[in-house]
Design a protein around this ligand. Sequence first.
Ligand code: NAP
Length: 285
Amino acid sequence: MPALILDGKALAKKSEAELSLRVEGLKKISGGAVPILSTILVGDDPASATYVKMKANACQRIGMESLKVEMPGSTTTQQLHDTIIELNNNPNVHGILLQHPVPEQINERLCFDAIELGKDVDGVTCLGFGRMAMNEEAYGCATPRGIMRLLAAYGISLEGMNAVVVGRSPILGKPMAMMMLNENATVTICHSRTKGLSDIIKRADIVVGAVGRREFIRADWIKEGAVVVDAGFHPGGVGDIELAPLVDRVRAYTPVPGGVGPMTINTLIYQTVEAGEKKQKQKQK
Ligand code: NAP
């Protein structure tokens, strides 16, 4: 039986239609104000500039606004930190996105953690991570939360599943594992020092590829009927998992492109709309 395609592009499109209505609703009750996402781009890395533009375009499509902050590659930690504090204090800004990675002279963790919890719509702060891990209210890290929303939309329950996450980065692998654990999966996290990776993956009911290496996870490591989630994207439209031989023998998979990527951007704007709604509710109290 052909596998279920976890179509992130289609789900993001559907979600955008719903978010447009929510933004319209907010506009009516707030006297014309819409949620604002501030994007911070430091330096001139072309890939980062493209990602920021895609995020700003998504804001525009749903009637939200984006406030672009662009800083030179020579920016110091102090300058970036000060900018984030200004945005925290700006009552018109509902969400803050600091585009990763920043130039190496900057202490990225310190700057991420300067983002106020209520504006951390990309889910990058340690506080937000800790709260999410403890199942307390917080915005989830955008890529893993986007994956969780995609799985839920297709009715894939993680309850009791053996989940294997390959990668343990703070923005993807680690929060992914916590989110799956919170949904009652039994989670194994693999990384560059993991021994016997292929054998671990062979036992997985669901595999998440978050390695950053082209087709690193081989098709013959994946058991029949597994769910395959590929966060990677490499030139030529391939991900971190060798997907082509799997399409007829797995239960479901995320296509590359059109799976995880669109859900990341959608989750960022989804969480910014939530932040805007919360702010409006507080004003009405
Ligand atoms: P990252 O920070 O470079 O982390 C890569 C992870 O892979 C690390 O934890 C590393 O282990 C692990 N790894 C490296 N070599 C390995 C090996 N031989 N065996 C097992 N694990 C190994 O990357 P990231 O930011 O998490 O991104 C991962 C992938 O997701 C990339 O392809 C990226 O482009 C993609 N991504 C996509 C989106 C999206 O919206 N679609 C968003 C973010 C990232 P160590 O910790 O031991 O070094």
